[in-house]
Design a protein around this ligand. Structure first.
Ligand SMILES: NC(=O)c1ccc[n+]([C@@H]2O[C@H](COP(=O)([O-])OP(=O)(O)OC[C@H]3O[C@@H](n4cnc5c(N)ncnc54)[C@H](O)[C@@H]3O)[C@@H](O)[C@H]2O)c1
Length: 251
């Protein structure tokens, strides 16, 4: 750990009240970033803020539903107002529901695309003029192994939403690269957060047995990768997706 890796940098992370997003906020703050954690879950956000406060982090907690364009734009603006800049955007907010294809309602289709895809599109559009002006930015989209392999057990729209983020990542990488802004994605697998609460012990063991490194992923594994992609050192990595799954799926 380098205490100053993100000194002077400001980050905006969606879905950061818990799980992967929160761990990344916590770790980035430890390495000097000022972090805006945003989430639709106000209660969880409050708790997350208390933990960051105890750690002495410079942070902002913003209640924000990423599927609402105005809320996203307001949250981005509040971040810039508070920190004077915005260097890192992590599109991490996401939902995953378990339904067979024929039982997936229109509402769930729209909600999943609204949060997992539209949320990222709104946030990217909101930060673009800021990052272009700064001639610096790091955008990271949290995709999923399901965006690559398809989704064999949850709602079929989840894989679709995560696949869309891979394409978004490349478009943004092409278009913002000339302005010093990179955009990459990560494709996690098997991290036991609230999102994955539907996995019972048997499924966890089965999954770990199939992963070459013989364990499940951790929120720290994800955070370490995102911090690297968000750092100055990763400036020549652009439009890339990094699989992070212990070798379960390789391409
Ligand atoms: N856990 C895994 O194994 C795994 C694997 C692949 C991809 N992912 C992705 O990682 C990301 C983080 O998930 P996690 O595993 O940490 O789960 P999590 O449930 O712990 O965190 C997701 C967060 O997103 C927030 N959120 C949900 N809807 C929102 C909305 N409309 N606006 C703002 N925030 C909203 C939730 O309140 C929650 O705090 C998600 O995009 C998920 O799809 C996770």
């Amino acid at each position: 750990m380098r205490e100053d890796r993100f000194a002077g940098k400001a980050a905006f992370i969606t879905g950061a009240a818990q799980g992967i997003g929160f761990q990344t906020a916590l770790d980035m703050a430890k390495e000097g970033a000022r972090v805006a954690i945003s989430d639709v879950d106000g209660e969880a956000l409050k708790e997350a803020g208390e933990t960051l406060k105890k750690q002495g982090a410079a942070f902002l907690a913003l209640e924000c539903d990423v599927s609402d364009r105005r809320q996203v734009e307001e949250a981005v603006q509040k971040t810039v107002n508070a920190f004077g800049r915005l260097d890192i955007l992590i599109n991490n907010a996401g939902i995953l529901k378990n339904f067979p294809i024929e039982e997936t309602t229109d509402e769930l289709l729209e909600k999943t695309i609204g949060i997992n895809v539209m949320g990222a599109l709104y946030a990217i559009r909101a930060v673009t003029p800021i990052m272009k002006k700064q001639k610096y930015g790091r955008i990271i989209n949290v995709s999923s192994i399901c965006g690559k392999m398809g989704d064999h057990s949850t709602t079929y729209v989840y894989g679709a939403s995560k696949g869309a983020l891979l394409s978004v990542t490349r478009s943004v990488a092409y278009q913002l690269g000339p302005f010093g802004v990179t955009c990459n994605s990560i494709a996690p697998h098997a991290v036991m957060t609230k999102l994955m609460a539907y996995w019972d012990e048997g499924r966890k063991k089965d999954a770990a047995d199939k992963i070459p490194v013989r364990r499940l992923g951790t929120v720290e594994d994800m955070s370490h990768l995102m911090m690297f992609l968000a750092s100055d050192e990763a400036g020549f990595i652009n439009g890339e997706n990094v699989n992070i799954n212990g070798g379960y799926y390789m391409d």
